[in-house]
Write a protein that binds this ligand. Structure first.
Ligand SMILES: *[C@@H]1O[C@H](CO)[C@@H](O)[C@H](O)[C@H]1NC(C)=O
Ligand SMILES: *[C@@H]1O[C@H](CO)[C@@H](O)[C@H](O)[C@H]1NC(C)=O
Ligand SMILES: *[C@@H]1O[C@H](CO)[C@@H](O)[C@H](O)[C@H]1NC(C)=O
Ligand SMILES: *[C@@H]1O[C@H](CO)[C@@H](O)[C@H](O)[C@H]1NC(C)=O
Ligand SMILES: *[C@@H]1O[C@H](CO)[C@@H](O)[C@H](O)[C@H]1NC(C)=O
Ligand SMILES: *[C@@H]1O[C@H](CO)[C@@H](O)[C@H](O)[C@H]1NC(C)=O
Ligand SMILES: *[C@@H]1O[C@H](CO)[C@@H](O)[C@H](O)[C@H]1NC(C)=O
Length: 443
């Protein structure tokens, strides 16, 4: 018997964005942020970017203080780009607001790779939640700005707070309801901002989930070094830079690559007489900066046109060091992530450490960090960090939430910093939904 249309549709879309409806929005917000004014230093070239990292990482030296000239109040009308999803069966009335970390954008939460097998949004919507994943202020399709004096942590927290206020009163035009309960979920720098929001505006969140996070500060220089920072514009010229620039145009025409990056690279290498197959390319070539150059010269890709002062980690090897634990991820997904990566600004690097130390948030708070997390655990969450007396490093976050109705920390096994990219990611997602359910945040 021929399959019914419905059965056919079901099999076609099996695993593909199964049971949710999503749309992309652009949310206008006005922010007012009390933040630093920094003296600008050269950031045009890759050597400049690398020199910035060298100075920033100097042991027992505060480069941020050297560049700090005073305070300003940044007032700006901006747009926050977001993906809003609701479960097909209707929402439980709670929205999870998802803030990505450095190197990523809102797609971190809804990775399309391998039929959405790694999608956090799929797991959250399957548990009944609506989700709103934002591009942080300055990144992706949200408003960009001056990388020293506008795109700083505090401004991004203000933007997150304003978006949340709009969700509560139902004033986002494309969203037909208002949400009384908002859970904030972050990853890495997005967790820093989620924590920060809970400290400044404790009434504006009902639940806090910090992934890839701890309150140990001493490991940040590891990834600032490990990123091997380049100027974003030069690292992926066409995608991060300005496609109208003549030199870039000429190079793009020379490459003329179309299609998936790995066959594309194979074709180029074969053309110039190098005899390789796609598997060799996947293993040996796609992990080099050639991968970024080709992606950057693909003229059909959307151009972000970031100014100098936006940096990017150099290549797939830097991505692995900072975010992925060896052998615990699909290299194809990592190649995809390198292709869609996002930058970090000088201002973000200088202000990420300025979060309040304590939050008086009174609802439930959860921390989940990969066992081998580099930036927040130095590669071993069971190690002993400075000034942390808890059983493990993530558990030390408890001291930052003295008023929380519940606090739990969880170490996700066999996982590095970028939790969503590891084979076992969805089991970790379920641990988060279970925590929310146990703590009155499922209806
Ligand atoms: C470095 O200096 C900045 C700016 O004065 C300050 O906000 C920050 O707390 C200092 N960092 C450390 C670790 O002392
Ligand atoms: C930004 O918008 C462009 C054009 O619509 C799209 O190709 C790209 O995927 C978007 N990026 C993000 C992070 O939403
Ligand atoms: C925030 O919550 C506290 C404690 O419940 C309450 O005293 C305060 O009025 C609230 N503030 C706002 C702005 O709702
Ligand atoms: C640990 O605590 C000491 C004393 O308060 C402080 O000087 C030092 O900066 C702290 N170290 C870290 C990594 O927070
Ligand atoms: C992009 O490059 C073109 C050609 O060099 C130049 O005219 C234009 O001003 C550049 N745009 C930006 C935003 O840098
Ligand atoms: C170039 O971009 C197009 C559209 O996004 C995409 O389909 C194609 O795979 C890309 N080519 C390479 C080599 O990444
Ligand atoms: C996968 O994650 C779940 C939830 O944290 C954990 O119980 C399980 O042991 C993990 N499996 C492996 C192989 O790491």
């Amino acid at each position: 018997m021929a399959p019914t249309l419905k059965a056919l549709a079901t099999s076609l879309f099996a695993g593909y964005a199964a049971a949710r409806q999503c749309q992309t929005l652009s949310i206008p917000v006005d922010i007012s942020s009390r933040q630093g004014v920094f003296k600008k230093v050269p950031v045009e070239t890759n050597l400049d970017a690398s020199a910035f990292a060298t100075r920033f990482n100097e042991f027992q030296y505060n480069y941020t203080a050297e560049l700090f000239t005073g305070f300003q109040t940044l007032q700006k009308s901006i747009k926050i780009s977001a993906q809003y999803c609701t479960p097909d069966g209707g929402s439980n009335g709670i929205v999870q607001v998802l803030s990505h970390g450095i190197g990523f954008d809102k797609t971190y939460w809804d990775l399309s790779y391998d039929d959405y097998k790694y999608s956090y949004v799929n797991v959250a919507t399957a548990s009944g939640y609506s989700t709103l994943a934002i591009d942080r202020f300055g990144i992706g399709n949200s408003t960009h700005g001056d990388p020293f004096n506008e795109i700083q942590a505090q401004a991004e927290v203000e933007a997150l707070n304003e978006v949340t206020k709009k969700l509560r009163v139902g004033s986002i035009s494309e969203i037909s309801c208002s949400y009384e309960k908002v859970v904030h979920v972050g990853h890495s720098f997005g967790s820093v901002q989620t924590f920060w929001l809970s400290a400044l505006y404790p009434n504006n969140t009902n639940g806090v989930v910090l992934t890839g996070y701890s309150n140990a500060a001493e490991f940040f220089p590891y990834i600032v070094a490990g990123w091997n920072l380049h100027s974003a514009r030069l690292n992926q010229p066409f995608r991060f830079g300005n496609a109208s620039a003549t030199g870039v145009q000429a190079l793009a025409q020379q490459y003329g690559v179309q299609g998936d990056i790995v066959p594309g690279l194979t074709a180029i290498l074969n053309k110039i007489g190098v005899d390789v197959d796609t598997e060799e390319v996947r293993q040996y070539v796609a992990s080099t900066e050639i991968n970024d150059l080709i992606n950057g010269y693909n003229h059909t890709i959307f151009q972000y046109n970031y100014p100098s002062g936006y940096f990017a980690h150099s290549a797939l090897t830097a991505l692995q060091y900072a975010f992925l634990f060896p052998d615990q991820f699909d290299v194809g997904l990592a190649v995809e992530s390198e292709k869609t990566k996002q930058p970090v600004t000088a201002g973000e690097i200088m202000t990420i450490g300025n979060a309040p130390k304590v939050s008086q948030f009174t609802g439930p708070a959860f921390v989940i960090t990969g066992q081998y997390d580099v930036p927040f655990c130095g590669g071993n969450c069971y190690g002993q960090a400075q000034n942390i007396t808890a059983a493990n490093i993530p558990a030390g976050v408890k001291t930052a939430f003295p008023a929380a109705s519940a606090f739990e920390a969880y170490i996700q096994p066999n996982t590095g910093h970028g939790l969503n990219f590891h084979y076992n990611a969805t089991a970790g997602y379920q641990i988060i939904q279970d925590f929310l359910g146990r703590n009155g945040l499922s209806t």
